[in-house]
Unconditional design. Sequence first.
Length: 460
Amino acid sequence: MVDATGADAPGLANTHASVSWFEPGLPVPPASSRNNGEGAVAEAGSESDTLSGPDGEDAPSADGESGAEAAAGTEAEPERALEPHPANTTGLDGEALRESMALVEDHLEAVGVDFYAQLFAIAPEARDLFGAGMAVQRSRLVGALVRIVGNADDREVLAPYLEGLGRDHRKFGVIDQHYAPVGTALVLAIRRALGDAWTPRFEKAWVDAYDMIASIMAGAARRDAVISPPWWDAEVVYHRRILDDLAIMQVRPHTDYPYRPGQYAYLTTPRRPKIWRAYSMASAPRDDGLLEFHVRTVGAGWVSSALVWRTEPGDVLHLGAPQGNDVATPRSEHDLLCITGGTGIAPVLATLQELEQRQDGRRVHVFYAGRDRDHLYALPHLESIGVRYRRLTVVPVVSPDGPTDRSPDLMGNIVSAYGDWRKHRVYVAGPTTMVATSLERLRDQGVPDEQIVVDDYGLW
Ligand SMILES: Cc1cc2nc3c(=O)[nH]c(=O)nc-3n(C[C@H](O)[C@H](O)[C@H](O)COP(=O)(O)OP(=O)(O)OC[C@H]3O[C@@H](n4cnc5c(N)ncnc54)[C@H](O)[C@@H]3O)c2cc1C
Ligand code: HEM
């Protein structure tokens, strides 16, 4: 387990004495934030004396890591992949799928509504698989269809995506028998949306496409069932609201939960049954098996409000299989740039814990934005890691105008003004506006896409 206390760190003033939530039962970490609070940028961490730009003289070169490694995540394992298909084609009528999709492009939301109405009429028992709020689910389904149609001719892209989706559906309780009514409802909803524009060619294209989708999803789910549970029960053992809108909790999975720092889990709480949302693990894998999550409410959002305001020790959550990127990939020789906002700091903490544990040689820069100073809640923890991991530089960012979403360019501008990041591996996690503007600035600077990994937390 990582010692996050930094209790014996010399020369650090404790400016966050009220913060004791990182490690329940352990002493409060000392802190030395020099955030000037005026909006701009302050530095913390071990390199505060010699705060260097990203191009420290001993920074390794960009050589040595392939794009594939940079994007390493929970891709399909080779033995689960489909047989290679000639010329990487799917055999689907991609042209007809795209043409029909273009005709309903402007009312895809309505197609989603109609699809679920049809599904629950044909197979009323399927309603029990879904939670109360269907709006987010509708947009996810529509997003998935757009993605599938967009890649309808590209088997190499489509197959791993559908296999992942099929494995993922196990935690919702989806079984083989559910696929037929879903296909019927889907084709019906698209046909009704197209009205007179519907043709036999469209009909064949969609029926063939759904057959293939269902067979890949269901096949992957069956293979996964041999090696992994559909979800993990995990008991909340610690829960503390550290701000009105932010809680830290630790959970103990009932059986081993294998994950890597930087990854996230879809989870659901008994207080909002069957509604699944993604939350990043805020701790590296630990000997005691505990996982930490940091959750901020999104308005009166379904799951976040329940996790922050109505969760207590003893609650048993369900965790889906870990997803996303291994940000601490050992093979990487790139220095690391992390750009985070709000609870986007969680996967970065997990990553830093791992880098510290193995005394990885990489230099790490963390830019950390909060809506105000209080919301930079993880600073003391970052600072205590920085005392031991001397190659860490932390740059807190607070907008002079209050919440960061009023100054969407702030983070991107600060990061790009700070230095040249073209040789870095970059991880970006947090609200959509911060992610989008940071990516824009990085691309302006010429940072290759394959060196960038993103977790976009959503529009808040
Ligand atoms: C990969 C990934 C990792 C994530 N990790 C974390 C994490 O570690 N910690 C964390 O706290 N969150 C994390 N999130 C976000 C999380 O998954 C949820 O999206 C978030 O908690 C909201 O879910 P909800 O059910 O409470 O809100 P929902 O009920 O889904 O409501 C959110 C919807 O309503 C809108 N909305 C509601 N209220 C407001 C408001 N006041 N202002 C603006 N829009 C609003 C949102 O735009 C959105 O469409 C992560 C997301 C992703 C994709
Ligand atoms: C074309 C096939 C399908 C596609 C493209 C699809 C797509 C999706 C997507 C993208 C999600 C969101 C999951 C996530 O983000 O991890 C989802 C969730 C879900 N899907 Fe599917 N799905 C398909 C088939 C099915 C079937 C056959 C069922 C069974 C009835 C089903 C039931 C569900 C349920 C219960 C959820 C969770 C809803 C929630 O979180 O409230 N899906 N689906």
